[in-house]
Design a protein around this ligand. Structure first.
Ligand SMILES: [Zn+2]
Length: 94
């Protein structure tokens, strides 16, 4: 890599790498940046702690990082969406 700039990881980058990190698949340089960010960012520290708990519970990583409670809300919304949305071109001729 060119340049001697210090790579600072953003919260968004951390979230994108968290799966690899928890699976131990993250390359060393990325892992170092991630842990450096964790040391300074309580939000991401809490986020990782939550992910670890999820993995503990499920025995695996969720496909997307998401709160179980929020996931249920989303599923409800999807169900509602399916019911509400009618196929186009088919009207009720009341
Ligand atoms: Zn952060």
């Amino acid at each position: 890599m060119a340049g001697g700039e210090h790579d600072e990881m953003t919260c968004r980058e951390l979230v994108e790498l968290v799966t690899d990190y928890l699976e131990g698949m993250l390359p060393e340089p990325d892992r170092v940046s991630l842990e450096a960010h964790l040391a300074e960012c309580p939000y991401c520290e809490e986020y990782i702690a939550q992910m670890r708990r999820t993995v503990d519970t499920l025995g695996r990583l969720p496909q997307e990082p998401i709160d179980p409670a929020r996931e249920e809300e989303l599923l409800e919304a999807f169900r509602g969406w399916r019911v509400t949305r009618r196929p186009p071109g088919r009207r009720n001729g009341a």
